[in-house]
Design a protein around this ligand. Sequence first.
Ligand code: MCA
Ligand code: AMP
Length: 503
Amino acid sequence: MNMLFDALVAPLEMRRDAVLIRTDDSEVTGEQLFALSGQIANVLRDAGVEPGHRVAMQCEKSVEALALYLACLRVGSLFLPLNTAYMPAEMDYFVGDAEPTVVISSMQAADQMAPICANHNATLFTLGENSDGTLMDAAQNASKDCPVAERGPDDLAVILYTSGTTGRSKGAMLSHKNLLSNAESLSEAWRFTSEDRLLHALPIFHAHGLFVAVNVSLNVGASMIFLPKFDIDVVMDKIGDATTMMGVPTFYTRMLTDARCNPENLGHMRLFVSGSAPLLAETHHEFEAKTGQRILERYGMTETTMNSSNPYDGERRAGTVGFPLPNIELRVVDPETGYELSKGEIGNLEVRGPNVFQGYWRMPEKTAEDFRDDGFFITGDIARFDQDGYITIIGRSKDLVISGGYNVYPKEVESEIDELDGVNESAVIGVPHPDFGEAVVAAVVPKSGVTLEADQIISSLQQRLAKFKCPKMVFFVEALPRNTMGKVQKNELRKTYANTFQA
Ligand code: MCA
Ligand code: AMP
């Protein structure tokens, strides 16, 4: 048995229909995708990859990149996808921490990745956007037949890094059971069938694009219009052939600004799903007014994949994330006592179920800190159940900014800013942004007598950090607002800079 391979990959072998449709309308059948993943699996095995080894990928979205994920499932290795925006310093940490046997990098990043891989004893392959690179060179000559490793429900399938509130990024370990139970639940909850064609414009290096969109589609034998990224013109051009779409709120706010956002172009869609960040109730209402479609909002985390969803058939309530998914328990507890609160009361949201991850890679203390004795995982989100059982995410107890669906941990950015010459200290916050939902902004205190330039700070940070983490704006202040305990009052800063990006 290989739990995820049996459910998601094996059925492809018999599929003569298109599973993936590229932007240029070229199609990849299930049979072709299965064969390609078999060839890549053989390349991985030849490079020494064994069950339980890690295989890291940092390259552009492509059919081949997806086949690499399927190949990892086949050989029983742990797939470790990484955001293409990460800079070499960030990649060095991930490769050092996860110790992958093989790293697959984009062609552009290969020169920078080579010393990192050499340093950490990983074999480097490249994968380009046009079926090129050393991985595909090797795959072309490899056999399509490759043994399938035995993998049970509790074996790990992936590691996904999520930034830490207090410093180092943590690798969330997800098992075969975690991922398959969620894919099955969501397929059922959202009525996915083999008739569905999903418009896939999300990246495949995070949970939303890979474990929600791809796993659900493969689980039911659906097809995907597989776009390299969210480009509004391409999306509007292709959506006529789709039945469903999943996106972060930025997808929907961008669609709303487009003249083609009307019932004629979007009325045929069976389902629009939103998640990864809060969808404003006004976006939900405006989308319905313009298209007649009620977006279904759901809530999840890298560590847990999806936890709750608005109903498919019942009322999709704007501003809420619906009900717990089947077999998943969600509770709201008092932050001080840990006791469960009643409906209507606001507290910390905790989750338990087959979807909840196995812990953080090589961080047993951090894992223990985030779980209660009875197995509930502390999400770091603040929530409330209403009288009808709908959950509303009110805020976060963790210091986190979500920009366009990407998480940014202020602590990581502050540490980088504080390292820069002439900086005394800094505070990083998220403020409302019309496109990204929230945008990263920094308040910086220069050392006495030093004059700093905002542009210079931003460009220095861009050398070290992925661009989406870098502040869109830097403000200089004489001192940070602090309470009597000396703690920086980020709420004050959020108020001060709330209108930075508002029209
Ligand atoms: C790009 N930029 C960003 C972001 N994306 N800045 C802040 N936040 C971002 N998310 C920068 C670019 O580097 C560029 O900088 C400038 O903004 C404009 O780029 P643009 O071309 O407009 O951006 P884009 O390529 O259109 O990307 C925006 C996007 C993308 C489509 C919203 O970020 C995206 O696909 N986000 C989805 C993230 C996602 O999948 N999250 C799921 C995580 P410059 O102009 O200076 O070069 S999984 C998760 O959260 C859990 C499990 C869950 O519940 O799903
Ligand atoms: P990540 O670490 O990328 O998995 O992000 C998970 C976090 O995204 C959650 O803990 C929430 O704070 C946030 N999130 C995801 N979906 C939603 C949603 N629908 N509404 C509000 N916040 C969300």
